[in-house]
Write a protein that binds this ligand. Structure first.
Ligand SMILES: NC(=O)c1ccc[n+]([C@@H]2O[C@H](COP(=O)([O-])OP(=O)(O)OC[C@H]3O[C@@H](n4cnc5c(N)ncnc54)[C@H](O)[C@@H]3O)[C@@H](O)[C@H]2O)c1
Length: 385
């Protein structure tokens, strides 16, 4: 029995097993869960690895258990494994069991916060760097034909973007119009050397370079996507990670929001998780070993924090109760816009489906649905009911 051109099936006595498997690490997080749903829709069996360390990093507010429950309940060919990506023996066992049926590994599990990493550098490095190496080795040993995708970050460039000739406007910082990166954003030729990476940036550099190396040295079909701000309704937004999701959550629930430094005019580009997962789909079908891509919202979808606050009010009427602290996060980018044209040149049929308004509208609706009950309860408490 054959279901689709890329899927092979075999029948046992009672069940039909799909022999095309996608492994997604960080499967209950923002990007991981979007990837799980997408590849499941394409007909793959999907195995998700996530041990809910996001709750350990950012507290119960950021737990991803709600997402695990939804995935398990709604996707019949999805299996969840609460494995720690640092646990080489469990990871090896999983890969050994599925070996050549493994088509694709999408590695999204990470300690994702710049600020949190400085609290526990050993934990950060062991997850981001060693965890990535554990997965690369398992792939090389047991599934060497699989495509491997790492979700990396623009923090591998450290604070070098802050040396660009920026100027201040009423609502944002902007790059001098005569600069070659002004029109399309920052490309992959920016150096990742001689910069303040932050502890997080350094652990991600180690992972990023190792994935490139497994592509170039071992010929693994591995690629690196250096994300700007990645966002979408599945983000369990917390103060230390998930800027837009957390901002919208604060708007909807009335929780105060603190902007750290740069007068709230720092600029981020924002890509919807669905558009990023579409990139993975293109890469999976035509992988380029060792490739590195900057990926984000580009000029299409970027904003300063002040602009984001205004946009939320414009689209929904929710006003963010915010204050601006003079203390910037160490090494925080003042202006980042990704030039995504290298990816577009390699995969010309990929296109954005979300601009900033579409992203924001979806985040607002998702936050109302998820946190609406808290809002009603909080209002009732305030009014003494
Ligand atoms: N969200 C962003 O703005 C952004 C920007 C650039 C890069 N990235 C990168 O993209 C990737 C995905 O980010 P996200 O926003 O989906 O993050 P996320 O925190 O929503 O998801 C990551 C998931 O990994 C899990 N995890 C963490 N440590 C683990 C471990 N040791 N073993 C198993 N699971 C573990 C967490 O529980 C979480 O569910 C990360 O590598 C992150 O660094 C994110």
């Amino acid at each position: 029995m054959k279901a689709a051109s890329h899927i092979y099936w075999c029948e046992s006595d009672e069940k039909v097993f799909n022999l095309s498997i996608v492994i997604v690490t960080g499967s209950s997080g923002l990007i991981g869960s979007e990837a799980v749903r997408f590849f499941h829709r394409q007909g793959f069996d999907v195995i998700g690895i996530d041990n809910n360390m996001r709750e350990y990093f950012f507290g119960p507010d950021a737990s991803v258990n709600w997402n695990t429950t939804q995935l398990v309940a709604s996707l019949p060919r999805f299996r969840h494994k609460a494995i720690d990506v640092r646990d080489a023996s469990s990871v090896d066992d999983l890969f050994k069991a599925h070996g050549n049926n493994m088509e694709l590994v999408i590695h999204c599990a990470a300690q994702p916060s710049h600020d949190w990493a400085a609290r526990e550098p050993m934990t950060d490095f062991s997850i981001n760097a060693t965890g990535t190496l554990v997965l690369l080795e398992a792939t090389r040993k047991f599934s060497s034909n699989a495509v491997f995708i790492l979700v990396s970050t623009n923090k591998v460039y450290g604070d070098t973007p802050n040396n660009l000739p920026l100027y201040e406007t009423e609502q944002r910082w902007e790059l001098d119009a005569t600069h070659p990166w002004s029109e399309f954003g920052i490309d992959e030729s920016m150096s990742i050397d001689q910069t303040k990476h932050s502890i997080f940036g350094a652990s991600k550099v180690a992972a990023d370079v190792m994935v490139q190396e497994y592509g170039k040295y071992f010929g693994l079909r591995a690629g690196v996507f250096r994300g700007g701000c990645l966002t979408g309704p599945a983000h369990s937004g917390a103060e230390l990670h998930g800027f837009l999701a957390y901002l919208v959550r604060c708007a909807v629930t009335g929780r105060p929001y603190t902007v750290y430094g740069h007068k709230g005019k720092q600029v981020r580009d924002n890509i919807h998780s669905n558009d990023l997962v579409q990139c993975f789909w293109h890469f999976y079908r035509d992988p380029k070993p060792g490739a590195v891509y900057n990926i984000g919202g580009s000029r299409l979808s970027n904003c300063s924090i002040l602009e984001a606050i205004d946009l939320i009010a414009h689209l929904s009427g929710y006003k963010v109760a915010y204050s601006v602290s003079n203390t910037a996060r160490s090494g925080d980018h003042i202006w980042w816009i990704s030039d995504v044209r290298r990816f577009q040149r390699d995969f010309p049929s990929w296109a954005y489906t979300y601009d900033l308004h579409a992203i924001m509208n979806e985040l607002i609706e998702a936050a109302k649905e998820r946190y609406g009950a808290y809002v009603v309860a909080a209002r009732a408490t305030r009014s003494g009911r």
